[in-house]
Design a protein around this ligand. Structure first.
Ligand SMILES: Nc1ncnc2c1ncn2[C@@H]1O[C@H](COP(=O)(O)OP(=O)(O)OP(=O)(O)O)[C@@H](O)[C@H]1O
Ligand SMILES: *[C@@H]1O[C@H](CO)[C@@H](O)[C@H](O)[C@H]1NC(C)=O
Ligand SMILES: *[C@@H]1O[C@H](CO)[C@@H](O)[C@H](O)[C@H]1NC(C)=O
Ligand SMILES: *[C@@H]1O[C@H](CO)[C@@H](O)[C@H](O)[C@H]1NC(C)=O
Ligand SMILES: *[C@@H]1O[C@H](CO)[C@@H](O)[C@H](O)[C@H]1NC(C)=O
Ligand SMILES: *[C@@H]1O[C@H](CO)[C@@H](O)[C@H](O)[C@H]1NC(C)=O
Ligand SMILES: [Mg+2]
Length: 442
């Protein structure tokens, strides 16, 4: 190979004599016709090309990933989180090697215990096949962050699937929700306050049927119709700028069925009950306000024995501790419920005369109903309900009841008598006298 030289003559010849022409010819000569330089440049170009191509592949794979795959992130704060884990633990078409256990341990009062394990997908990656589509489920603990309210680490579950299958996310979540709610179907969940939040209290209870609570003629329908009408009138309230809430006060002697009736309403409407104890020692105005503004969906707020809360306060002051809720705190909390959702508040009391007028004004209490001692109508209905429409004995029972001039009998007392004489209407008739004394034990 000859020594590469820069041939000045050639440059001169091939150029048209101008400076720019000379420069371009010089470039050709130096770069392209020089084998060493050409070889190095080729390598360099190749290297650059490869690097660009690799970057391109990476970029385009990211692009393809972004175009073809979709993620769904479910944080542990979300309601669907537990539903999804529960659903996945029951789902058959999955391959997971990381499981974690959730133990349901119930100690019965007789000393025995039942234990149920359910294996839920643990942290890590799992593959499921849902309606023909593959989904990658990744459950991750996010660092050392703790959820302060429950003391559990923050977690997320990420679902990944093909873009075209993204609709299945909704189906998965719907299915998980349906499965979770089915357990609660026909049940009423009672929430109580726990620090600043609402927690389910015990297991969901069987719904109380409307027909099982016998109020005076027409009273139950009157209240129920009012509640139903209220629930239908969201638009009406919003259009007029009125806060969408309604307060009910049920007052009357003990054992007349106030609490039972509220449970029955909750069952009828398929609502849950949030039970707030105003006399609880730790309750403060702030907590009360926070709780009232964070009521779970589809819940009735129930304030029992509303008169007791403030009488207690005076007593407890000289015992050294005080129920933190002040009367004005309660009024403000009732007023301040600033939620777009409907808010139904039920209050009960045995002593309506002790209640302050400020509490009873419309907007706080819109609907007051006396639930009184048993009327003749209620006595008859109760008897027929307990003894399977035994008309004959019912007449005898009512005659004796009236002969004795009984009044001021509570429905709870009647229930006590009938429960004592289960399947024995004659026994109930013989024992009517016992109703004269309210504190009689059967
Ligand atoms: N009208 C009624 N119909 C059917 N059962 C009733 C009725 N009233 C009371 N009972 C029965 O009596 C018991 C006590 O009723 P409940 O707790 O509802 O009374 P209350 O009015 O809330 O009393 P208190 O004012 O003391 O809280 C329940 O077991 C309930 O089944
Ligand atoms: C599980 O996957 C198989 C195919 O691998 C399919 O035939 C079957 O229907 C799936 N089962 C469910 C419950 O999706
Ligand atoms: C204890 O009570 C539970 C239900 O309440 C029952 O299933 C169990 O058999 C009882 N055990 C004994 C030893 O009685
Ligand atoms: C409410 O709290 C007070 C004080 O802690 C307690 O005495 C009372 O029984 C509670 N009432 C209810 C209905 O739980
Ligand atoms: C009241 O608060 C204290 C701490 O401030 C706590 O230990 C206690 O369990 C609380 N009691 C109730 C009934 O919430
Ligand atoms: C209801 O009955 C009780 C006794 O059982 C009585 O003391 C009370 O006055 C009665 N209430 C009404 C409103 O009649
Ligand atoms: Mg009650």
């Amino acid at each position: 190979m000859s020594q590469p030289t820069i041939d000045i003559e050639k440059i001169k010849n091939s150029s048209d004599g101008s400076i720019s022409g000379m420069a371009s010819s010089a470039f050709n000569e130096v770069i392209l016709n020089n084998p060493y330089f050409a070889a190095g440049g080729g390598l360099m170009l190749l290297g650059t090309g490869l690097a660009v191509a690799r970057q391109g592949i990476m970029k385009s794979s990211g692009f393809i990933y972004r175009q073809l795959l979709v993620d769904l992130e479910i944080p542990s704060k979300d309601k669907s989180y537990l539903w999804f884990l529960e659903w996945m633990s029951q789902y058959k078409n999955r391959s997971s090697r990381h499981l974690s256990v959730e133990t349901n341990y119930i100690q019965h009062s007789n000393g025995s215990a039942t234990t149920k394990f359910s294996l839920v997908p643990g942290p890590g990656k799992h593959l499921i096949r849902y309606k023909g589509a593959f989904m990658l489920v990744n459950r991750e603990r996010s660092g050392k962050l703790l959820d302060m309210t429950s003391g559990t680490p923050f977690e997320t579950v990420t679902l990944t699937t093909l873009y075209r299958d993204r609709k299945l996310f909704y189906e998965v979540l719907e299915e998980a929700k349906r499965m979770a709610l089915k357990v609660r179907e026909g049940k009423t969940v009672i929430y109580t306050s726990w620090g600043p939040e609402w927690r389910p209290f015990g297991q969901p209870r069987q719904k109380r049927l409307m027909g099982s609570v016998i109020l005076d003629e027409g009273v139950d329908q009157m209240i129920l119709n009012d509640v139903k009408d209220f629930l239908k009138s969201g638009g009406w309230y919003h259009n007029r700028g009125i806060p969408y809430r309604r307060g009910y006060l049920l007052y009357g002697p003990p054992g007349s069925g106030k609490t039972s009736f509220i449970q029955a309403i909750a069952g009828e409407l398929d609502y849950n009950i949030c039970l707030l104890n105003l006399s609880e020692k730790n309750m403060t105005d702030d907590r009360l306000n926070h709780l009232m503004n964070h009521i779970p969906d589809r819940s009735i707020l129930l304030l029992e024995d509303i008169d007791a809360a403030f009488n207690k306060r005076e007593q407890s002051d000289d015992q050294g501790y005080a129920s933190g809720v002040t009367f004005s705190g309660l009024l403000n909390a009732l007023d301040g419920v600033a939620s777009a959702e409907e808010c139904i508040t039920f209050m009960t009391t045995n002593h309506p005369e002790k209640l302050d007028n400020a509490l009873l004004r419309p907007g706080r209490v819109d609907f007051k109903v006396l639930i009184n001692n048993a009327s003749d109508y209620q006595v008859e209905k109760m008897f027929l309900k307990f003894y399977d429409n035994d008309m004959e004995n019912c007449k005898k029972f009512l005659n004796k009841y009236k002969e004795l001039g009984l009044k001021d009998v509570s429905t709870a007392q009647l229930q006590g008598l009938f429960v004592y004489n289960k399947r024995n209407p004659q026994g109930a008739i013989d024992m009517v006298e016992n109703l004269k004394h309210p504190n009689n034990k059967f």
